[in-house]
Write a protein that binds this ligand. Structure first.
Ligand SMILES: [Zn+2]
Length: 132
């Protein structure tokens, strides 16, 4: 085998490795399960994609704060400065359970006037695929 061929093979292997790493870290080609829309006092405040597991802080000028935890398939209210903490008790909203919840796709924090809504990109259920 000539040196040129070895470099060629090495080059292909390195490119393949880079592509694998890039596709796994940036979730290339993976569509989000949906969006989360955050409303404050009935006004659309922001919109987040359900792609990565993360916390989103919803801060208001008067000090009211809600910490929303986003997952790949839904969300829940993690922390809140409200008195009743009912928004936390409302539990998770996921692509699988929203149709069985009393509040459907929403988590509502009445005291802080924060409403969070799950918006599904594709309402048809996806086929059961094995976890990779
Ligand atoms: Zn609350």
């Amino acid at each position: 085998m000539s040196k040129k061929n070895i470099f060629l093979i090495l080059g292909v292997v390195i490119i393949a490795c880079i592509l694998i790493i890039v596709s796994q870290t940036t979730l290339l080609g993976k569509a989000p399960n949906g969006l989360v829309r955050i409303y404050i006092s009935g006004q659309l405040h922001s919109q987040e994609e359900l792609l990565m597991e993360r916390d989103v802080a919803i801060s208001q000028p008067d000090g009211k704060t809600n910490i929303l935890h986003l997952m790949e398939n839904g969300f829940y209210m993690k922390e809140s400065t409200c008195i009743t903490q009912q928004c936390i008790q409302q539990g998770q909203v996921t692509v699988d359970n929203y149709d069985k919840r009393a509040l459907g796709t929403r988590v509502i924090c009445a005291h802080n006037e924060v409403q969070v809504e799950l918006v599904l990109t594709d309402r048809t259920p996806s086929p059961d695929l094995p976890d990779i």
